[in-house]
Write a protein that binds this ligand. Sequence first.
Ligand SMILES: C[S@@+](CC[C@H](N)C(=O)[O-])C[C@H]1O[C@@H](n2cnc3c(N)ncnc32)[C@H](O)[C@@H]1O
Length: 264
Amino acid sequence: MENARAASPTPDQVKAYYDAFSTDRMLGYRVYGNLRIEKAIEFFCSSIEPNDSVLDVGCGIGIATEAMASCTQGSVVGVDISDQNIWYATQSVSMSNLRFVSADVLDEAVKLPLDAPPFIITLCDVIEHIPESQRTALFRRLSALGGPSLKVMLTFPTAFNLEYQSQEEPSELQIIDNQIPPQTLAQEAALAGLSMTYFRMIPVWREVEYAHCIFERNESLKSRVRTAVRFPRSLRQKLEGRLVDPFVRRSRRRKYIDGIFGRR
Ligand SMILES: C[S@@+](CC[C@H](N)C(=O)[O-])C[C@H]1O[C@@H](n2cnc3c(N)ncnc32)[C@H](O)[C@@H]1O
């Protein structure tokens, strides 16, 4: 696809770009499969509980959205700015708990049709395509939409990957394609009351190519840290090391205590 990077594209330009991207690229992901999306699905589905409601922001043609809807009986909504993507998603995926909506998530005037506040909000390769100046507003919006124990799960190309692409494969870059250092993202999300609780750089086709990351609400983390984890007594003793075999314990004492401090 021709590189159509613009300095500050309007929402209409973004929409037109992704309408064209839908047939130029995304249908290929459906037909041939896509390892990046497969890894994202594995990551998202590992956190989805059977009744969780999910909002998939920038759902494209709904590949990950469909996979997530099969992990839960809760309602799943996919939203995308491209009418073409949403048209195709609606034609190709039909599940009773899944709905697709065409909307710009950055448009505060848009009311998303959510039955309940989502437990999980996913952005599969979307955050890097949001104008830098609007990322904090987006986090605030997602935080306001989500339930009390909201998890925002993101996948995005690492800054190393985008740097490589800008030098070696500039035509692969999309209309907006920002390098985002994790610290910057964490600061922006913090302004919406969200803390980064998970961050990994993972290989897809190349090393350190994508970041998988989770943000959770501060309030939910504060209440969780007060909740004592109850282990059975035997497991607690094991974890505290008191169940180590007496013979092993004696030989460790000889080596690590007596051997170092001398016999007392
Ligand atoms: C790289 S594609 C990823 C699509 C899909 N999540 C996937 O992984 O295949 C980025 C998607 O974000 C959508 N998008 C970009 N800006 C958006 C906005 N302001 N509101 C809603 N969707 C947006 C685009 O239309 C596009 O489908």
